[in-house]
Design a binder for this molecule. Sequence first.
Ligand code: PHE
Length: 511
Amino acid sequence: MRLPERQLAVLEAASATDERTIDEIADDAGLKPETATGAAFDLRDGGLLAVTETTGTVAEPTGEGRDYVTDGLPETRLYRAAVDAGADGKPIAMGDVIGGAALEGPEVDIALANFPRKEFGTIDGGEVAVDPDAEPDADPEAAALDALVDGDTSEEVDDGTDGDVDDAVLDRLASRGLVDLAERTTRTVRLTDAGVDALMEGVEAAETVDRLTPELLASGEWRDVEFAEYNVEADAPAVGGGRKHVLRRTADRVKDVLVGMGFQEMEGPHADGDFWINDCLFMPQDHPARTHWDRFALDVPPIDGIPATLIRRVESAHRDGWGEHGDGYHSPWSETFAREVALRGHTTSLSMRYLSGYAGAELDPPQRYFSVEKVYRNDTLDPTHLLEFFQIEGWVMAEDLSVRDLMGTFKQFYRQFGITDIRFKPHYNPYTEPSFELFGKHPETGEEIEIGNSGIFREEVTGPLGVDCDVMAWGLALERLAMLITGAADIRDLHGTLADIEFLRNAEVSH
Ligand code: PHE
């Protein structure tokens, strides 16, 4: 029998009596593991080798875990320092013990959290007392960590072949960041009877060629050589190439969808005059959202270049109202405040700039404009709030628009992301009437999350801008859309320092 060299090497390295791992085989045969895997599958297809696959959890100690193997776990160091200080007799002030334990930075907190958990003793009122029955030498976490670092335990823990590291202990070590757990498929091989027979009868190595070169083509040699076959099932090393961030990919798709729906893109300043951010929107100057609690005011010179006539019209809407039945706020209105500059809390400032005609937009109806841009709010960080996030702003200008047009637009928009179950809730905005909020259901948690706010601009908004037909408008949250389509349950998984790099590597922009 003739076999390609690499297959012959694997066949010779395999045993008829023992399961051998691909890594062992690759070592013996002098092949890369992925080459040995490919050859093993070819031999299996030829009936000469049996390949068994097991999936297990592999635990790999982290740098911090390795440090503790050398220095001792922080809680154990605290225990020993406490014993040295005499805390096995009576409680000793923490300050007298910490020094002896040589704990640095976060290690103090780590020690304080784990010491009582492991029942090494108690920490009460700044004093530490040691439990005389504690046995830090028999600590399963320390033992498991030692064993993993020494490599004297099989790292597979979930395949039933190895009982010496307990799952709960490993989970604890993983949650402490001392080991990384990863799923891994291990392949083992064994010679079949046919494989043994073949070896006994003698196998010759056939030289194979794994790539077609210009030389082979020019010489015509390609006609006679034996080509190695590709094996698409073989494990290959993971290549972590560059990739567009999931949020940027979502933003790009949103832009594509809106352009496809006939919208043009708006652009404008992140730091803008309050006039564009709030006053044009008929937001009273004493509205709570306009205080320093909510907005990021900038200490820069006031904005100029706002047309004087527009300022007068907006002021008049605020003071006296707009239209036949209009009634303003009858409250003070200050042009100085209107000219102050802040980071925009919504991109509706862009809609105002465009609808006013001063941004050069086309304004004969019907018109559609959008932006996917960053906004800034002094919110409290939580799973659904960031201090800066992206808003999908948009407006449609046409004669006789109704809430049904708005709903239809959203249905059409979200459907293109596979979201068909959005819900609407009546809402209040000082600048739209009627108004409603949009909700979507999170695919993983099942929770209903707010994904946007919308409405039809009031006459007090469109009138001063000089617009005399209907304008429906909205601000949708890009991050929330990304949560719905990627399944991320916490907005901070998507971006910021806590974002999970594995998630970012693998997340798809569809769900
Ligand atoms: N500016 C609103 C927000 O940030 C969104 C919105 C825009 C609502 C336009 C109605 C009309 O929540």
